[in-house]
Design a protein around this ligand. Structure first.
Ligand SMILES: [Zn+2]
Length: 306
C-alpha cells in the first residue's frame, strides 16, 4: 500500500538562507508519483523537480535538488524527513520560491500539517530500497554508511568543541511513529560565531533565535533553551531521515553517521546506486510494512514541545 495526503495544506514561512517569504502547498498525488516539487514561480514546462538521486546536487549547508532545466529547490531535508516519517509516498509540493520555509527549524510543523490533512491509503504496491551489503563514504574523518537491517534504523554521533554540545550519540529504529515521538521536534543548531560568519557571506539571512538553537561557548542563547538535552544529535538523525528520502523510496536498512553532513549523506546515496549488488528494490511485504516509520501514527505521537 502507498499513501498520500487526504487534502491540500498551505504553509507560509521564511527561507533560512534566502530570508525570502515562501508559500508552500502540500497536495495529494496519484500512486507512483513519488514526491515532486513544483516551482509555481517558474514556467510550467520546466518547473517540476522530482525527489530523486538524479536531481540531488552537492551543497554543504542544506539539501538541494535541481532538475535538468537548472530549476532548483533548497533546504528540503526537514520536509522530506516529515514525509518519510509519516509514510507519505506520493505528494506534489507547490512552492513559489527557491527554498522550503525553515519554520521552527525542526520537522514538527510539517508533521502537524500532514497529520491535520490526514493520510489516505492508496491501493498500489509500495516499493522499498532494501540494503543488502555495507556501503560507506568518508571525508575528513566524517563517516556515512548504510548496512543491512530488518527495518529502517538511524544512528548518529557528533563531536563539537562547544561544551554545551560536546560528544553525543544515539541510535533508534524508526518504526511506528518513533520519528514523530523522538526526533520530529528537534531543531537545527549552530554556533553564534558560525551565524555571524554566514551573515557576513550573505547566508542564513532568515536565521533567528526562533528557528535554530544557537550555542555560544557553553550557553544556549535561544529562548526556552533546549527541547531535549541531546537535541543536536537528534536533529542530525532527523536530517538523515530527510536526506535518505532523496532516494525517492522508503529505505529498509541501517544508516550510521559520524559527524556526517548533508553532502556526505548525499554522496553515500550516490555510492549506493553505483554499487548495484548493495541494494535491491522490492515490493514491501507484510513483515516490512508492520515496521515502517508511518504505521499507526496519530497526532498524540507529536511531542508537546512542538
Ligand atoms: Zn537540519
Amino acid at each position: 500500500m502507498q499513501n498520500t495526503l487526504s487534502s491540500e495544506r498551505l504553509i507560509v514561512g521564511t527561507g533560512l538562507h534566502s530570508g525570502a517569504l515562501v508559500r508552500l502547498k502540500l497536495r495529494p498525488a496519484a500512486p507512483d508519483t513519488g514526491i515532486v516539487f513544483r516551482r509555481v514561480d517558474c514556467a510550467p514546462n520546466v518547473n517540476q523537480i522530482a525527489v530523486s538521486p538524479e536531481t540531488w546536487v552537492e551543497a554543504s549547508l542544506c539539501t538541494v535538488l535541481q532538475n535538468a532545466h537548472g530549476v532548483r529547490v533548497s533546504t528540503v531535508e526537514h520536509l522530506l524527513a516529515a514525509l518519510h516519517g509519516c509514510g507519505i509516498h506520493n505528494a506534489i509540493i507547490e512552492i513559489d520560491g527557491p527554498e522550503v520555509p525553515i519554520l521552527d527549524g525542526s520537522a514538527a510543523p510539517f508533521v502537524a500539517q500532514i497529520l491535520a490533512t490526514g493520510i489516505r491509503r492508496q491501493d498500489a504496491p509500495l516499493k522499498v530500497v532494501r540494503i543488502l551489503k555495507p556501503v560507506e563514504v568518508t571525508r575528513d574523518g566524517a563517516i556515512a554508511r548504510l548496512l543491512p537491517a530488518p527495518a529502517l534504523e538511524i544512528s548518529f554521533e557528533i563531536e563539537f568543541a562547544d561544551t554545551a554540545i560536546g560528544h553525543q550519540s544515539k541510535a533508534l529504529e524508526m518504526c511506528n511513529g518513533t520519528f514523530l515521538r523522538e526526533l520530529s521536534d528537534c531543531r537545527t543548531f549552530c554556533r553564534r560565531a558560525d551565524v555571524e560568519a554566514m551573515h557576513s557571506r550573505g547566508l542564513a539571512l532568515g536565521g533567528t533565535l526562533d528557528n535554530a538553537v544557537v550555542f555560544d561557548n557553553g550557553a544556549v542563547l535561544s529562548p526556552g533553551g533546549l527541547r531535549r538535552t541531546d537535541e543536536p544529535v537528534r536533529h542530525k538523525m532527523l536530517d538523515a531521515m530527510g536526506d535518505l528520502y532523496v532516494l525517492g523510496l522508503p529505505v529498509i536498512g541501517r544508516y550510521e553517521g559520524v559527524r556526517a553532513g548533508h553532502a556526505l549523506t548525499g554522496r553515500l546515496l550516490q555510492a549506493l546506486l553505483a554499487t548495484p549488488d548493495a541494494y535491491e528494490i522490492v515490493t514491501c511485504d507484510d513483515q516490512m510494512r508492520m515496521r515502517m516509520p508511518g504505521v499507526g501514527i496519530t497526532p498524540r505521537d507529536l511531542p508537546l514541545s512542538a
